[in-house]
Design a protein around this ligand. Structure first.
Ligand code: FAD
Length: 561
């Protein structure tokens, strides 16, 4: 480790302020921040934040300089030097996760210090500073990712589904990591073999420089990186939102911004299905479209800004609904109590009945077409299964990088299942070949997908093709299995709400109140369902966001009684 006296090695692209990522605040802006924190002097070499610290404070330099440093095995690299009027921190300060870089005083002086709660209070009340700080934090995080500055190394292979899962988990959490590809790095492969790391152990994740995790679950990675704060079993949240897709995130933003104490549980990563959409073109206000990752990433940051607690890789496994307060069981162990619950668990993909399909998931079979998958199949032939809007978007998107896209559709055409604008784009795109009345019937390959077979249902003829990338876009099944009979479901398993509940169903469910259920309220008072998990919902991002925000208005009314 270098001492404060020895200059740190600059990164190849050391960031050169000033810019939007490293603005200099005016005297008036600094005075407004100072009102929320405390002034303190600093001494040369003092470490204000250590990499790995949780709940790192936030600093504004009044006099002297601070350096953000990336600690590496035996040295450290200079990320940026902060001068008078500039401030520390990046996305982790807002989400309360571990610090990625060390912050050290390089020239003694004076700073204003705020803890996370003081900072959150500031950005909730000062719109101008909120914009400056949020923009800087997000841009800084993007630069850390671009510079490969991070505390995680993933050693994996594009032939392993675990590798894709882990990379996706880190990427969708916006967490920077370095990737060592075993297919290209013979030395790394030999090293793993010497340590008897088998195929089932891939990927190996080196977390925060010390933990070596073999093919870890998302929950193990989240624990190691300190993604989640501790759940207090005795605390009763005003509102527990289950699921952090667009519907759950909207509920979190509106709930927290309107003063509710909101806890969000997400089984995987915030963003839901929308997070895996390469381009959402029909969401209001984005005329050129927006990637699902960007839209939901912004919503996640917004929910955190308003003070919602978002827990990732935490699955709700049971809902206890006897009595006035509700209890959500998490991963079969912890229990969370809530005054009101919003169910926003969406739906999971409907899959063709092919026995060995799970063996190729993430290794040639995908359920989303993001730039990451598009990169994997650049210049190749691919197949998209399904005739709905998601399939159409995927086909158009993939056709921009793939050599040819085969669309396999069970029905006689697209007209009944797809928006007109998409049908036109598909018809006009010479790289897309539409196969109607056709089904995917077999997948073959050794470790990863190499060949597929489809059948023309009219002629009965099957065809084999050397296609290694298949995108399944065939609709979804609601994630309601964990609700333990608490609320009334429709015949397809979606949650029934408001006027869709008949008097007989309410009587059978022992609805206890004289008023009927509010719009979006289930057969239990204070339990709401929003987004794709709700029966009758229009499966669109805008519908999910609208329902998530509307439900909060009714949550206030149920909490008042
Ligand atoms: C590839 C693709 C492209 C799409 N493109 C568009 C588009 O362009 N325009 C458009 O309007 N719509 C689009 N959609 C549809 C849109 O994404 C969905 O309608 C929307 O995401 C639904 O939001 P939701 O929050 O209700 O559910 P979801 O997005 O499904 O989110 C539900 C969340 O709940 C979590 N969860 C599930 N069970 C549990 C549990 N037990 N405990 C905790 N968490 C749980 C899941 O992990 C998930 O994150 C697309 C969908 C896909 C798959």
């Amino acid at each position: 480790m270098q001492t404060p006296d020895s200059p740190a090695t600059p990164l190849a692209e050391t960031i050169s302020p000033p810019d939007h990522a490293f603005p200099t605040l005016t005297a008036n802006q600094m005075a407004r921040i100072a009102a929320h924190g405390r002034r303190r002097s600093t001494v040369d070499g003092e470490v204000l934040v250590e990499a790995g610290d949780t709940a790192a404070p936030f600093f504004i330099v009044l006099r002297g300089t601070l350096q953000a440093l990336w600690p590496r095995e035996a040295s450290e690299a200079l990320v940026v030097t902060l001068h008078g009027g500039q401030f520390s921190g990046e996305a982790n300060v807002i989400n309360g996760r571990r610090a990625i870089v060390r912050l050290r005083v390089s020239e003694a002086g004076e700073v204003i210090q705020l803890d996370r709660h003081q900072l959150l209070a500031l950005i909730q009340t000062d719109a101008e500073l909120s914009e400056i700080l949020m923009r800087a934090f997000i841009l800084r995080r993007l630069r850390l990712i671009a510079l490969d500055v991070g505390d995680v190394v993933v050693i994996g292979s594009s032939h392993s589904s675990g590798t894709l899962r882990v990379k996706e988990f880190l990427t969708r959490n916006g967490h920077p990591f370095r990737y060592v590809d075993l297919d290209r790095d013979g030395d790394a492969q030999e090293l793993l073999e010497r340590f008897q790391v088998g195929v089932a152990d891939i990927p190996v994740v080196i977390c925060r420089g010390h933990d070596v995790l073999r093919n870890p679950t998302s929950a193990q990675i989240a624990d190691c990186l300190g993604f989640n704060q501790r759940i207090d079993d005795t605390h009763i949240s005003d509102l527990v939102v289950v699921g952090a897709g667009p519907a759950g995130l909207a509920a979190a933003v509106y709930g927290a911004s309107e003063g509710l104490d909101v806890l969000v549980l997400e089984a995987n990563v915030p963003g839901g299905q929308a997070g895996s959409s390469s381009r959402i073109e029909n969401y209001l206000g984005f005329p050129t479209g927006i990637s699902g990752l960007e839209l939901t990433g912004r919503a996640h940051a917004q929910a955190l800004k308003f003070g919602a607690h978002v827990m990732v890789a935490k699955r709700a496994t049971r809902l206890a609904c006897d009595g006035r307060r509700y209890t959500v069981e998490v991963d079969g162990e912890q229990r969370i109590r809530a005054g009101a619950v919003i169910l926003a668990t969406g739906a999971t993909y409907r899959k063709p009945a092919i026995d060995n399909l799970p063996a190729f998931e993430g290794a040639g079979v995908y359920y989303g077409a993001t730039p990451m998958e598009a990169q994997l199949c650049a210049g190749a032939e691919v197949a998209v299964v399904g005739g709905g809007n998601a399939a159409g978007q995927a086909a158009v998107f993939l056709a921009s990088t793939a050599d040819r896209v085969h669309m396999l559709v069970r029905g006689p055409g697209l007209a009944e299942t797809m928006s007109r604008y998409l049908i036109r784009r598909i018809e006009e795109n010479p790289a897309i070949v539409l196969h109607t009345r056709t089904q995917l019937v077999a997948l073959e390959g050794n470790g990863r997908l190499e060949r597929i077979r489809w059948r023309d249902d009219q002629s009965g003829i099957t065809e084999d093709h050397a296609i290694g990338h298949v995108f399944i876009m065939t609709g979804a099944i609601p994630n309601t299995g964990w609700l333990s009979g608490c609320v009334v479901l429709d015949e397809r398993g979606f949650v029934k709400t408001g006027p869709d509940l008949s008097p007989d169903e309410l009587a059978a469910a022992r609805w206890p109140l004289s008023r009927p259920p509010f719009l979006l309220e289930t057969s239990r008072p204070g339990i709401f369902a929003v987004g794709d998990v709700r029966g009758g919902n229009i499966k669109r991002v805008a519908a999910a966001v609208g329902e998530g925000s509307i439900a909060v208005a009714f949550v206030h009314r149920t909490l008042q009684h």
